[in-house]
Design a protein around this ligand. Sequence first.
Ligand code: GLU
Length: 283
Amino acid sequence: MSFVTRFAPSPTGLLHRGHAFSALTAHKAAREAGGRFILRIEDIDQTRCRQEYEEAILEDLIWLELDWETPVRRQSDHLNDYAAVIEHLNARGLLYRCFRTRREIMEGIGQAPHGSAEAVRPGPHAPDEEARLLDEGRPFAWRLSLDRAREALGPAWDDLAFVEQGAGPDGETGVIRARPETAGDVVLARKDAGVAYHLAATHDDALQGVTHVIRGRDLFEAAHIQRLIQALMGWTAPVYRHHRLLMGPDGKRYAKRDRSQTLAELRAGGMTVKRLRAEMGFD
Ligand code: GLU
């Protein structure tokens, strides 16, 4: 069986120990399986992504002694691909325009009975309101309608599942029933970017033939919605391996804001790649 995995950082900051663990885990799995390792730059958020961070990511990964296939796919170079998927889903009546601001959405959640993410289902605007907002040239996002997706899938909705070879935050492993409803009507195309993370990542995983998605446990919930997108588009579902998150000495996971643990900073402080790899259990 072929084995293709990927490391898909967003160049919104410098890589830290947690990213190194992720990249090393995926790279090692590919090598052990005699498979392929792909690097993908997820830079659709042009307000936060920066060229200098992309360059720093490459430098860090070289320092970690990783190698990957070229050319590297940079998502911002392929916005037309994602627009085509949005158009396709829209033509099937699965999407609706959402002009609401983040604040209006949050207020809506506050009024909902559970106040949870499940409540992020604002629904389409009334036709005359939508026409007016379009006329005014107001920006809008495309949301995936869970109701229409459920209708489109029919009985297959109840069989939506993915294979987890790692574990979710509550130890979920094995065949997991997908629960896309917990995310609400997710945004597939952001107002500012014309695409959003779930759509771009799922599209690229399918396009690049990724068989194993190896990433941190913080992204476990994303698999639920990504599985739905795969089913709607007829894309083969990869196997998932969500790995543990590295914790810092303070018991908190590493974050981009934690500059002291960036690979660049560690390197500048004399850390060798041999020692860092050994500390994380890679030799
Ligand atoms: N680009 C995402 C991030 O940096 C990772 C997406 C994924 O692995 O699916 O958090």
